[in-house]
Design a protein around this ligand. Structure first.
Ligand SMILES: Nc1ncnc2c1ncn2[C@@H]1O[C@H](COP(=O)(O)OP(=O)(O)OP(=O)(O)O)[C@@H](O)[C@H]1O
Ligand SMILES: [Mg+2]
Length: 295
């Protein structure tokens, strides 16, 4: 039996218990999504925990995760269903000569010949699932339009078979990196969650959760530096994912402080553009190098 949270505090606790530290709005929107049964559109920069939220909800709610990874050119056949042409063909060949077309046709357009893809699986399954439609902004507007029937009515229409309605109501999360504006029609059907870079204390807590062995003072300095780097005008500011990687690396290297040398040696873990590296080395590296005035 899957969990059904009774309050925002409860879902917040539940997510923490499975390793995800939600901000206030994340907990609130997640709660509303489970209670109102509306899909959630999660937008925000790369690496701030959009995909992880769906995975964590699936763990907490004890529902299977069905994931549709979007990409340019994704179509219905890969997202929804397609007919298993080879099997249909074999069936037609296996029919004795003289079988009327009508009989064969009835036969080969049955569920047995359907290859169901993630969206169909999420609808047709008997056990309640979390459906993650990841990086929806990579698809085109036609694909979005196709999703509308699914997101508002939780049903799919197959011309040859008829309507397939959801047997259980999936919890749906769509994520977007905002590379293009999504349609109003899609947004109207969803709750909206903007995930941004976390505050210092929140990020420290996340880093400590992922690397509990790292010295607290080092962890704090790490997060302070990352937040400082984010304020610079960079092509790609470091995300939570980079902070976590950096903490793991420092732990492996046995660093007990982030001095100028350690920073220079490891900064490519958080900054990944040639030009950004120069900016960061100059602005942050110099700051770290400044020795405190002797007492
Ligand atoms: N609130 C959080 N609590 C715990 N871990 C988090 C949290 N937010 C992010 N993380 C961690 O940060 C990493 C990046 O998260 P995730 O892959 O979900 O980012 P994303 O927003 O989907 O990025 P992208 O847009 O690049 O796909 C993961 O390892 C995840 O565990
Ligand atoms: Mg993601």
């Amino acid at each position: 039996m899957s969990a059904q949270p009774e309050s925002v505090a409860e879902i917040s606790e539940g997510l923490r218990a499975v390793g995800y530290l939600p901000g206030q709005s994340t907990a609130l929107v997640s709660y509303l999504a489970t209670r109102l049964g509306k899909p959630v559109l999660v937008e925000g920069p790369a690496g701030v925990g959009k995909t992880e939220l769906a995975k964590s909800l699936s763990r907490y709610l004890d529902r299977r995760l069905v994931r549709l990874q979007c990409y340019e050119g994704l179509d219905e056949a890969k997202a929804l269903y397609e007919w298993n042409y080879r099997k249909q063909l074999l069936r037609i060949q296996a029919e004795a000569d003289g079988t009327g077309w009508d009989a064969v046709q009835d036969d080969i357009f049955g569920e047995e010949f359907l290859l169901s893809r993630p969206l169909m699986q999420a609808i047709a399954t008997d056990d309640p699932v979390v459906l993650l439609i990841d990086e929806i902004d990579k698809t085109d507007q036609e694909f979005e339009a196709m999703l509308l029937e699914l997101l508002s009515d939780f049903q799919i229409t197959i011309p040859e078979l008829g309507r397939i309605e959801a047997r259980t109501h999936p919890v749906v999360l769509l994520t977007s990196n905002n590379t293009r504006e999504l349609t109003e029609a899609l947004k109207r059907r969803c709750l909206y969650l903007w995930l941004d870079y976390p505050t210092l204390e929140h990020e420290l807590e996340i880093v400590r959760l992922h690397s509990p062995e790292l010295d607290e003072a080092v962890a704090r300095k790490l997060v302070e530096i990352v937040q400082l780097v984010r304020e610079l005008d960079l092509k790609k500011p470091p995300s939570i994912a980079e902070s976590i990687d950096w903490a793991r690396a420092l732990l492996l290297l046995g660093a007990d402080d982030i001095d100028q040398q350690t920073f220079r040696e490891t900064m490519s873990i958080i900054v990944k553009h040639r030009t950004d590296l120069d900016v960061v080395a100059e602005r942050v590296g110099v700051k770290l190098g400044a020795k405190p005035a002797a007492a």
